[in-house]
Design a protein around this ligand. Structure first.
Ligand code: ATP
Ligand code: MG
Ligand code: FE
Length: 345
């Protein structure tokens, strides 16, 4: 069974093709990603109208490339999955309209799926069927701890950010440090030469009375801004690597401590990292160390599968088909604020 997945929730036009094997495994056949990130860089953030137009231009060529790479034709596709939300409305609409058209043309069922659940499901392409797990989802717009008993079923949110998402904090701090957009990968790179202990930045919501599984990154971002301002006032050369490394350490410390604690408290022996920030090398390293110390198994997809792509949507679609889920209506709407509890629309 071949499933084609379409992702257009933000600035990546992603088209993936997977094959669902009889035993429940899902094999990656193609993962084409065309990003409009360069068109947004000079604005310091994604411009929705620019993203939507770029999706329109990139969509059909990306589908053709993905089918060719997978070595299949449209006639071989058994189901089409698409990100129905959350994301930018105009961007989502391009993907949903394309998916409806392909599903109708090929006369196959359509599955409108949750982008965040797809960030979790993608790991099965690399590491095989997923046992019940605790998932730390950290991306440009979300930071959540999720109890995931079954990837094709409902998930239970245990906590989330009360202000900025982790990726948003990376991007805003990168801007303060004069690094290009999107800043996460740049902070990751420059922090390698920095001293993680150079600045003791605050660890948000880690007090004894704070919600154990919620996150807050806006105080940290403000602390970095104050620190940068003080250095500028003093006329000191900005120690970019040290500030980046210290900021990154503060984010990663809180994320991994809360995720491992949640896994233990919920009796889960597997922790999964997903979303664009899961590509971060220090997050992956610290999660590995803390999981090993706590006796928790860690699953993290390779960096290219962590950031937005179509294969993650195809993977979740394949698991839903295998679980016998009813397809979406041909009238499937795009829902910019689709809650994580709705895996299939
Ligand atoms: P959401 O999934 O919440 O809708 P999104 O789809 O825009 O948001 P993703 O593509 O999942 O986000 O992730 C993008 C985010 O990941 C950006 O904020 C980016 O800076 C961050 N990111 C990517 N690579 C890294 C890295 N190596 N280190 C830290 N952050 C990173
Ligand atoms: Mg992006
Ligand atoms: Fe995403």
């Amino acid at each position: 069974m071949i499933v084609l997945g379409i992702e257009t929730s933000c600035d990546e036009t992603g088209v993936g093709v997977v094959r669902a094997e009889p035993g429940g495994a899902v094999t990656l056949l193609a993962n084409e990603v065309a990003s409009s990130v360069d068109e947004h860089a000079r604005f310091g953030g994604v411009v929705p109208e620019v993203a939507s137009r770029a999706h329109l231009q990139a969509m059909v060529p990306a589908v053709h490339r993905a089918l060719a790479t997978a070595g299949v034709t449209g006639r071989d596709v058994d189901a089409v999955a698409v990100t129905a939300g959350p994301g930018l409305t105009g961007a989502l609409l391009v993907g949903v309209a394309a998916a409806k058209a392909y599903a109708a043309a090929w006369d196959v069922p359509l599955y409108g799926v949750n982008h965040l659940a797809a960030h979790v499901a993608v790991d099965t392409l690399q590491h095989g069927p997923l046992p019940p797990c605790l998932a730390l989802l950290v991306s440009g717009g979300h930071s959540s701890l999720l109890d995931v008993p079954d990837i094709a079923g409902p998930v239970t949110p245990l906590g989330a950010t009360i202000d900025d998402a982790a990726g948003e904090a990376f991007d805003k701090v990168a801007r303060l440090l004069g690094l290009p957009f999107p800043g996460g990968p740049h902070i990751d790179r420059v922090a390698r030469d920095g001293d993680r202990a150079a600045v003791a930045f605050p660890r948000g919501l880690t007090g004894p009375r704070d919600a154990p599984f919620d996150f807050s990154f806006s105080g940290l971002k403000t602390a970095v801004a104050r620190h940068v301002e003080a250095l500028e006032r003093a006329g000191t050369t900005m120690p970019v690597a040290d500030v980046a490394a210290s900021f990154q350490e503060a984010v990663v410390d809180v994320l991994t401590a809360k995720a491992v604690r949640a896994a233990r408290e919920r009796g889960m022996d597997t922790l999964l990292l997903g979303g664009g920030v899961a590509a971060n090398s220090r997050l992956r390293e610290m999660a590995q160390e803390r999981c090993a110390a706590a006796g928790v198994r860690l699953r993290v997809p390779r960096p290219g599968l962590c950031t937005d792509n179509g294969a993650m949507v195809a993977a979740l679609g394949a698991h839903l088909v295998a679980a016998g889920a009813a397809p979406s209506s041909p009238e499937l709407p795009a829902d910019s604020s689709l809650p994580i509890t709705e895996v299939l629309v």
